[in-house]
Design a protein around this ligand. Structure first.
Ligand SMILES: [Fe+2]
Ligand SMILES: [Fe+2]
Length: 305
C-alpha cells in the first residue's frame, strides 16, 4: 500500500506518533534524501571497515585471532551489502553508482576508516574502541528509527556488531595481561585511536537537526559521546592504560571530562584529507577494478527474467 501525506506537518505528525515509513510510501523528498545519505554513508563505512579487516588477514598473529579476523571481515562486507541494497531501493542512486562515487572519492565514510592500522595493537584498539562506538551509534538509530527497511536491517547488523565488541574486549584483556611489550603495543595504539574513536560520534548535534527531528537518530551526538567516555575512560584505566587526554578531569560525582575536542582531524576526513584517505580510497578502487571479471561472469551467467 502506498501512503502519502499532504503536507510536511502531516508527515511529521505521523513520525511523532511512532509511524514507520516503508520504501513504497510517497515520502517527502527531503526525508528520502536525508535517509538515503545517512544509509549510504553507513554502507560505505562498513565496506571500508571490512577492507581494513581484510588487510589484516595475512598479518594477524596465530590461528585463533586469524579466524576471528576472517569472520569479522565477512561480517563487515555483509553489512555493506545489506545496506547498499536498502539504500538502492530508495531510488536515488543504484548500488553501482554508490560504489563508483565511493571509489572516486566523491562520497563519505566514517572518520576512523581514514586512518591506517599500523600494528596488531591498532587492530585490538579498533575492535575494542571503534566497534563499541559504532555499535552505540547504531543502537541509538535502531531504537527509534522511522525508516522501516533500515531499522529491520539494523537488527541483524547490531547483533553481529555486539560480537565484534566482545571480541575487542577479549583481545584487549589478553593484551592487558600479556608481556610488557604487548602492553606497550596496545598503549601506542590507544594513543593513536582514542581521539578518532571519540570523534566518530561527531560534534554536538545542532538545534533543529533533521535526523533527530525525523526520528532517524534518537539521541544527540554529545549524549552518545559522553556515554562512551564515561564507560571507556575508567575501563582503560582499570587495566592500567593511560588515556591520552592531557586535560582529563573527574568531577565530584565521578564523571569524566576529556577537555576541549579538536575537531580539525574529523573535518579533514570528511574532505577525504585524513592521514590515510588517499591510499585507502585508491586501494578500494583498484580492488573494484580487479574484480570486474567476477561481475562480468555473473552477468553473463544470469538467466534473463
Ligand atoms: Fe559492521
Ligand atoms: Fe564491526
Amino acid at each position: 500500500m502506498t501512503r502519502s501525506w499532504n503536507t510536511m506537518e502531516d508527515f511529521e505528525a505521523f513520525l511523532n506518533d511512532g509511524g514507520i515509513v516503508e520504501v513504497d510510501d510517497a515520502m517527502p523528498e527531503d526525508y528520502r534524501k536525508a535517509v538515503f545519505t545517512f544509509i549510504e554513508m553507513h554502507a560505505n563505512s562498513e565496506l571500508m571497515g571490512g577492507l581494513t579487516e581484510r588487510d589484516w588477514i595475512p598479518k594477524t598473529p596465530g590461528l585463533r585471532h586469524k579466524m576471528s579476523v576472517l569472520a569479522k571481515t565477512q561480517d563487515e562486507i555483509g553489512h555493506g551489502h545489506l545496506l547498499y541494497m536498502v539504500a538502492a531501493d530508495m531510488g536515488i542512486k543504484t548500488r553501482t553508482e554508490m560504489l563508483e562515487d565511493l571509489f572516486a572519492g566523491k562520497s563519505r565514510f566514517h572518520n576512523v576508516f581514514h586512518y591506517k592500522a599500523e600494528t596488531w595493537g591498532d587492530q585490538v584498539a579498533i575492535a575494542f574502541l571503534v566497534d563499541a562506538a559504532a555499535l552505540a551509534s547504531q543502537q541509538a538509530v535502531f531504537k527509534n528509527c522511522s525508516y522501516g527497511p533500515y531499522r529491520r536491517i539494523l537488527k541483524r547488523i547490531i547483533s553481529e556488531e555486539g560480537f565484534h565488541m566482545r571480541l575487542g574486549e577479549d583481545r584487549m584483556m589478553r593484551i592487558a595481561n600479556g608481556t610488557d611489550l604487548q602492553r606497550e603495543l596496545f598503549q601506542g595504539a590507544l594513543d593513536r585511536w582514542f581521539w578518532p574513536s571519540l570523534q566518530l560520534f561527531g560534534p554536538d548535534s545542532k538545534p533543529g537537526d533533521l535526523l533527530l527531528r525525523w526520528h532517524i537518530k534518537s539521541e544527540r551526538n554529545e549524549v552518545l559521546r559522553d556515554r562512551w567516555v564515561q564507560k571507556f575512560v575508567p575501563l582503560l584505566q582499570s587495566y592500567g592504560f593511560s588515556v591520552p587526554c592531557p586535560d582529563l578531569t573527574q568531577d565530584e560525582d565521578g564523571r569524566w571530562d576529556v577537555g576541549p575536542i579538536d575537531w580539525e582531524p574529523l573535518k579533514a576526513t570528511l574532505a577525504q584529507g585524513g592521514p590515510d584517505s588517499k591510499r585507502r580510497i585508491e586501494q578500494a578502487a583498484r580492488n573494484w577494478e580487479r574484480t570486474q571479471w567476477v561481475r562480468t561472469a555473473m552477468d553473463e551467467l544470469a538467466v534473463p527474467a
